[in-house]
Design a protein around this ligand. Structure first.
Ligand code: AQP
Length: 386
């Protein structure tokens, strides 16, 4: 942890009366480049319909964190062309993610909501990080292996370099905390490795340019420029699984629409998908231990817990011993109750693209102001002439 930086404990979700965290303010613009101020950053790819996994694993946490922290939430459109180059309606997809952020309760005035391609410094820093990161690091990423499949030679270079751009997304703001689903954990570890290698390789230059922060890496004190980001992954549903296969992640790209609940699904679709969700023949166990080895049951209990803001233990205390014929309708009612207002608001916002575009433009300008400063210092550290 860097000296002069706040500890990750300062970053707490909403509702924690003991929170010592920063209040939202205009402080994103304060000139305090010599400390690591707590700053939350996260992004969502505009690659299709948002689903319950994206909502519970990411967006719901974004909303909670904005109460006590400065936050930057990004529609990561540059990432959207890594796996599929040509999209029918990329602009529409970008707007729909922004609409989901706002409909879920993110305040784009107090915080920043924008699309990644509006701030060219993401791509600039990603290039520097491509030269910091090693090919072996990228080859080990499970998401790359999953998405590239057997034909790795034919995957885009962008798909391989995806985690380097993700590190740049976060570090171009020197953000310190990143709420994500469990599937992104490995990419965040890589972002820490990239920051650490940059800090160590350039530490003399960082000192010479009078930038950076005294920090300890392992046992060694160094003067580093980038913080080592902390992932925020906890909660009862850090990895929401497919409704058709409890061993597979719920995903936008799953060919079966029955595998996921989309944020734009109507009540009937939600009821049908939960009714058809795969389960085993037994009812719910009488304690949480009994969910072990039963991925589908565990997943549905986790979803209920996350939607109800409860622990799995509390859900089992209420439904333990009951059949799925009792639990599934209760889960479906809860899902409709939580998601219907978001869906309605998303539809309303999507009808007014001028409003969404204005929010993204304003967010982009404010994000760029911060990113330009950081990138200017990176140019000085690396030694580019500007
Ligand atoms: N199943 C999930 N459970 C919990 N969190 C999840 N996230 C995604 N799926 C789950 C989290 O949502 C955020 C945004 O993800 P993304 O769209 O940027 O990329 P992804 O992780 O690749 O999501 P998908 O839905 O699986 O998309 P495709 O099918 O295109 O790969 C991230 O914080 C992610 O952790």
């Amino acid at each position: 942890m860097a000296r002069g930086a706040r500890s990750p404990e300062d970053i707490t979700p909403a509702g924690d009366a003991e929170s010592r965290a920063l209040r939202p303010s205009n402080s994103l613009f304060e000139d305090d480049m010599n400390t690591f101020k707590p700053l939350v950053f996260s992004g969502v790819q505009p690659t299709g319909n948002l689903h319950l996994g994206n909502y519970l694993g990411a967006i719901r946490k974004f909303v909670a964190l904005q109460e006590n922290n400065d936050c930057i939430y990004c529609v990561v459109d540059l990432h959207a062309i890594t796996a599929q180059l040509v999209h029918d309606d990329l602009r529409g997809q970008i707007r729909s993610i922004a609409a989901a952020f706002i409909a879920s309760g993110i305040d784009p005035k107090k915080h920043i909501v924008f699309n990644q391609s509006a701030v060219p410094q993401h791509a600039e820093l990603a290039w520097v990080f491509n030269c910091v990161a090693r090919i072996g690091w990228m080859n080990r990423m499970t998401q790359f292996k999953d998405k590239a499949g057997k034909d790795r030679e034919n995957a885009s270079l962008g798909l391989l370099a995806y985690p380097s751009l993700m590190a740049a997304d976060i570090l171009v703001y020197r953000a310190t905390h990143v709420p994500v689903g469990d599937d992104q954990k490995q990419h965040l570890e890589l972002a820490r490795d990239i920051a650490q290698k940059f800090n160590i390789d350039f530490q003399d230059k960082i000192r010479l340019t009078d930038t950076g922060v005294d920090m300890v890496v392992g046992e060694e004190p160094i003067h580093g420029y980038f913080p080592l980001v902390e992932p925020l992954i906890d909660g009862p549903a850090p990895r929401v699984m497919s409704l058709r296969d409890g061993t597979k992640k719920m995903s936008k790209s799953d060919p079966s629409d029955l595998s996921r609940i989309n944020l734009m699904d109507d009540q009937d679709e939600i009821l049908k998908k939960i009714r058809k969700a795969k389960t085993d023949p037994e009812g719910l166990p009488s304690d949480v231990e009994g969910l072990k080895g039963r991925p589908e049951a565990d997943n549905l209990v986790g979803i209920y817990a996350a939607l109800a803001d409860k622990t799995k233990e509390q859900v089992i205390a209420e439904f333990g011993g009951q059949q799925f014929s009792v639990f599934k309708p209760a889960l479906a009612d809860l899902a409709v109750h939580v998601l219907a207002p978001i869906t309605t608001e998303m539809r309303r916002l999507m009808d007014d693209t001028t409003h969404i575009d204005a929010i993204l433009r304003d967010g982009g300008e404010r994000a760029r102001a911060r990113a330009e400063k950081v990138m200017g210092e990176v140019f000085d550290i690396v030694g580019f002439l500007r």
